[in-house]
Design a protein around this ligand. Structure first.
Ligand SMILES: *[C@@H]1O[C@H](CO)[C@@H](O)[C@H](O)[C@H]1NC(C)=O
Ligand SMILES: *[C@@H]1O[C@H](CO)[C@@H](O)[C@H](O)[C@H]1NC(C)=O
Length: 494
């Protein structure tokens, strides 16, 4: 019986301590992080160093060259057609990152509601499994406590019986009675000490569940407040359209806002944000982070299709404020393979300082090759991490942080260069987003959003530098305030 109690105790304890450690899990497992000494050692991370011994790192991989420069577009005419005011087609369309309410009749969720919806679903999943796990354990505990109480009772009865007998026949029974008394004392102590601690553990588990439920209730309440009115964001579709943003610019679309593009007659048109002011415009935003409103810890399928909010209307009647989004790997691949393409990566820290990295050639292969990235022709002041790796690191440690030539990885699809095939060695799982991870990164634009910039090992879910990192500018333990990636067909400027 003692053994069973002990087993049960361990079982309950293990259940209360276990947690699903996928980083997409809503519940932060802070206790999971090994604290070295309370203070974070702020060193250059990004890479996963070789363990001493036989392990080797093989950077060699076939890298398809980027689509070469020259071709599609000639330079812009010196005097661009005057930007006449653009007429707006008053087509109102729900624009909410493709997220509708579970019940269609309730309409389209506010952009934040979309995130909340997934958060709620995740929470619910967690609570359900906790309760399901707990139920048989509680039943088991109450069953065994009944058995024990009954047996203690009968033991006590038989003790009383024996004690009565003693008076009649003291000498014969005395030795036996000693044994029974000892046994009784032992079991009584077990009941007094092990049971209460079991109950404490259960109490802890219950408290945890109660907290989760309270969190859920609060989230639901907030959702109700936010969405009393069926919430719709209206983005009128501009009249000007084109293959991409450069095409739109040349057709007179000079305002930075949401446009409908159709790169290829065989694919349906879709919405993008065009930046028509930076460096003479024509930039198509493929990635944007600015306020942490969209979760970038997503699956392969979501990165393939794209996610987030393209744009908002801040009251001007058209959607001129870009949202946080990932355009989608299929679209990025199609756009960059259509001809020579350049990419502009702009970023901003929490003091407002801005830098950029620009590559004259940028190509993303198709899904059959896991969206291999190829780049060339760096310029800018943010640092050339994508081609050369993190400047804080040396030798093979730096090589491990080069992104050029890498395949795309998400937490459910491991294509990185960190011991392929070992499920415990996945960059995307540890570093927070989908990206062209090597072993692992010098840049992590799709990482987790940290408010304020500096963060520590202890704050990170897996103790790794999972923030929105650009090592060559701010190091591993600084998460940027904003970062965006924009592409434009490459043409020689005249
Ligand atoms: C660990 O932190 C304590 C203060 O929190 C400090 O006194 C001690 O020197 C630190 N030890 C090491 C090895 O850094
Ligand atoms: C690579 O990193 C490991 C651990 O951070 C370090 O021990 C090693 O000396 C580094 N190698 C080089 C060439 O810097």
């Amino acid at each position: 019986m003692m053994r069973r109690l002990l087993l049960l105790y361990l079982c309950v304890y293990a259940a209360s301590a276990q947690g699903d450690l996928d980083y997409d899990d809503e519940e932060t497992e802070t206790t999971n992080v090994a604290t070295e000494n309370g203070t974070a050692t702020v060193d250059a991370r990004g890479h996963r160093p070789l363990t001493k011994g036989r392990e080797t790192y093989n950077p060699a991989r076939y890298i398809p060259p980027p689509v070469p420069s020259g071709g599609r577009y000639t330079g812009r005419p010196t005097s661009a057609p005057a930007g006449r005011p653009q007429a707006q087609e008053k087509v109102e369309q729900p624009e909410s990152g493709g997220c509708t309410h579970a019940d269609e009749k309730m309409g389209v969720l506010c952009p934040t509601g979309c995130e909340l919806k997934t958060a709620l679903l995740k929470q619910e999943r967690n609570v359900r499994t906790s309760i399901n796990e707990l139920k048989p354990q509680v039943e088991e505990l109450s069953r065994s406590s009944n058995v024990i109480y009954n047996s203690v009772n009968s033991m006590s009865n038989s003790l009383r019986e024996r004690q009565r007998l003693i008076t009649d026949n003291s000498r014969v029974v005395s030795q036996y009675t000693d044994q029974v008394e000892e046994h009784h004392a032992y079991i009584k102590e077990t009941v007094d000490t092990v049971f209460p601690s079991n109950i404490r553990v259960l109490q802890g588990v219950l408290d945890k569940i109660r907290q989760k439920i309270q969190k859920l209730e609060k989230a639901i309440q907030t959702q109700k407040e936010d969405c009393k009115e069926p919430c719709k964001t209206k983005c009128p579709i501009p009249v000007v359209s084109g293959k991409e943003c450069e095409d739109i610019f040349r057709r007179g679309g000079r305002d930075s806002q949401m446009y409908l593009i159709q790169p290829d007659a065989s694919t349906p048109p879709y919405k993008v944000f065009c930046d028509q002011t930076t460096q003479n415009g024509g930039w198509l935003v493929i990635q944007n982070r600015l306020d942490g409103s969209v979760d970038f810890g997503r699956r392969w399928d979501e990165y393939r299709r794209g996610f987030g909010n393209i744009a908002f209307d801040s009251g001007k009647g058209h959607c001129e404020v870009p949202g946080e989004y990932w355009l989608g790997n299929d679209r990025i691949s199609q756009l960059t393979k259509a001809g020579p393409t350049e990419v502009l990566i702009e970023m901003q820290d929490w003091t407002g300082a801005k830098v950029h990295a620009q590559y004259r050639q940028f190509t993303v292969q198709s899904e059959t090759s896991n969206y291999v990235l190829s780049l060339d022709g760096y310029s800018g002041n943010a640092g050339n991490g994508l081609l050369e790796g993190a400047t804080q690191l040396f030798g093979v440690n730096r090589t491990m942080t080069i992104h050029n030539g890498m395949m795309f990885s998400t937490y459910d699809r491991d294509n990185d260069n960190w011991i392929p095939g070992d499920p415990s060695k996945q960059c995307s799982r540890e570093d927070g987003g989908g990206w062209w991870y090597n072993r692992c990164h010098s840049a992590n634009p799709n990482g987790r959003y940290y408010f304020g910039g500096s963060y520590t090992r202890q704050m990170a879910k897996h103790g790794t530098d999972d923030g929105m990192v650009w090592m060559n500018w701010k190091g591993s333990w600084y998460s940027l305030k904003a970062i965006s990636m924009k592409i434009r067909p490459f043409f020689a400027s005249s």
